[in-house]
Design a binder for this molecule. Structure first.
Ligand SMILES: Nc1ncnc2c1ncn2[C@@H]1O[C@H](COP(=O)(O)OP(=O)(O)O)[C@@H](O)[C@H]1O
Ligand SMILES: [Mg+2]
Length: 502
């Protein structure tokens, strides 16, 4: 019994000790439990997905946020399902290979963006921050990191890109509209200018025409009367060599001898002047041709000539300005069916541009101290219109390189002379100058509306764009520019081609 008693006591003691141990454990568990609880809730409350993955491409553990991002109900489900991250998760399986390559070289990768599949097969964008975890010997153990769903951001980016593309397209459309508008504006200005200038010129020409004709015609009679009177006076002095003193005094007072010699000269220079006015008025009338709303048969040489008359003041020598030599090399041209006043407007634009270029190059030369300025300039307007161009393809040669010269060449092309048949006959007019020349950059923009290299107030930049419209759109012809350097001199050639029948 003693023994039993002793054994029982021992059991009791052990039991008590166990109970105390369990109580201790329970207390310890109780104190641990809140800590564990709070640990989980931090990980689960994080918005970012958190994961640990092994080297074979499986998740070791993850938080609920990651499960949510990938569309799984629980973390266990995700860990079980995702047997091969590279193949199952990434839309492009190469992304897993790429991130592992990066982790090998830099241990930590941030902001790695990829498209991934959610459980239901839909695609989302994620950004990963991942590091490789190693043991103390540097052996790779596993990967761990954060995942953020950036689909919203990507969507916004894509939306932005689309909007940008849309804006760019709209801007391009606006540019096209603007250039169309400029084109229309140019046309309107051209029409308005032409009709306004045309009306004015035609009105002035008409008003001046009658009085000028009156002066011209009466000057012929006046010269005849003067001649008769002078002859009569000569007869008087022959038969009455000694007039009375009063007449003698009066004759001396008016310097009768000089008067008798000079009077006919005065009258003939008046006649020359009046004839010139008549010529100018006729040219203005031909130039404007407002009465012609329809195409008519036009002598283009006459058009060039009347244009030259109108701009003669810019060609003539004036003071120190030695003037410009105009060499006309007119070939055969038949009458051409066209809008005469518009074609004259083109001649005017091209000739004025040539004169501007010649003036500019003279100015450059006069400011160049090494330039020889002792050359004499001769002004001639060759009116020999029968002269045919020998080789109209080549640029002018054999001329004084420093004299300001404009060549005007015309020819008929597109006629099959051997067969004597017309194929597509076209009138070609070339206006060539040895002025300042044209650089490649300027050449590329010559025909743009409002493009000018001239000072404000001097150039409008409309001359060539209007000319192109007139030639290409109104006459189905062609206008082009060739600029070349030959023997050290710049030549600029504008070439117009118009079908002789529309
Ligand atoms: N014969 C020429 N030589 C040199 N440059 C020229 C010539 N013709 C035209 N250009 C160039 O082309 C530009 C556009 O000419 P244009 O349309 O007639 O406008 P604007 O004469 O008002 O400048 C000129 O500003 C000039 O730079
Ligand atoms: Mg011009």
């Amino acid at each position: 019994m003693k023994i039993f008693g002793t054994q029982t006591e021992q059991f009791n003691l052990t039991n008590q000790q166990l109970a105390m141990g369990i109580a201790k454990c329970t207390r310890a568990q109780e104190t641990l439990r809140p800590a564990q609880k709070s640990d989980h809730s931090i990980v689960d409350k994080v918005v970012e997905g958190i994961f640990q993955a092994n080297l074979d491409g499986r998740y070791i553990s993850c938080n609920q946020a990651l499960a949510n991002i990938y569309g799984y109900e629980s973390t266990e489900q995700l860990v079980l399902d995702m047997t091969e991250i590279g193949q199952k998760l990434y839309a492009d399986p190469q992304r897993r290979v790429q991130i592992i390559e990066l982790l090998k070289s830099q241990n930590c990768v941030e902001g790695f963006e990829s498209q991934v599949y959610r459980r239901d097969g839909s695609l989302i964008w994620i950004s990963e921050n991942v590091r490789a975890v190693q043991d103390e010997n540097g052996n790779l153990l596993y990967y761990e990191g954060f995942v953020t769903d950036i689909s919203q951001k990507k969507f916004a980016q894509q939306y932005l890109q689309q909007s940008q593309a849309q804006f760019q397209a709209q801007a391009q459309q606006l540019e096209i509209t603007l250039s169309k508008l400029q084109h229309t504006q140019t046309q309107l200005m051209e029409k308005e200018n032409m009709s306004r200038i045309g009306q004015l010129v035609a009105g002035v020409a008409h008003e001046i025409n009658n009085p000028v004709n009156c002066v011209c015609n009466n000057l012929i009679h006046a010269s005849q009367y003067a001649e008769d009177l002078l002859n009569l006076l000569r007869l008087y002095t022959k038969h009455y060599p000694q007039p009375v003193p009063e007449i003698q005094q009066a004759a001396e007072a008016i310097e009768l001898d000089f008067l008798m010699e000079d009077f006919p000269k005065t009258l003939s220079s008046m006649q020359l002047g009046a004839d010139r006015i008549r010529q100018i008025v006729e040219s203005l009338r031909l130039f404007s041709r407002v009465e012609q709303a329809q195409m008519t048969l036009v002598d283009l040489h006459q058009g060039i000539d009347s244009t030259l008359v109108i701009i003669n003041h810019r060609i003539q020598p004036n003071g120190d300005n030695p003037g410009i030599e105009v060499i006309k090399e007119y070939g055969y041209l038949p009458m051409v069916k066209c809008y005469g006043s518009l074609i004259n407007q083109v001649f005017m634009n091209l000739l004025c541009n040539a004169i501007d270029a010649l003036e500019e190059s003279k100015q450059q030369q006069s400011t160049d101290p090494f330039e020889d300025s002792s050359i004499n300039f001769q002004e001639t307007i060759t009116s020999d219109s029968a002269l045919a161009t020998t080789d109209s393809q080549s640029l002018p040669v054999g001329k004084e390189q420093n004299s300001s010269t404009i060549w005007i060449r015309t020819e008929l092309i597109g006629v099959d002379t051997e067969q004597g048949e017309d194929t597509n006959p076209r009138a070609v007019i070339k206006i060539i100058d040895n002025g300042s020349g044209i650089t490649e950059q300027v050449k590329a923009r010559l025909f743009e509306p409002f493009f000018t290299t001239k000072a404000v107030g001097k150039g409008t930049g409309l001359g060539l764009s209007i000319s192109r419209q007139i030639i290409v759109e109104k006459h189905h012809g062609d206008i082009s520019c060739i600029s070349s350097t030959e023997q050290g001199a710049e030549f600029t050639e504008f070439r117009i081609e118009i079908p002789i029948r529309q």
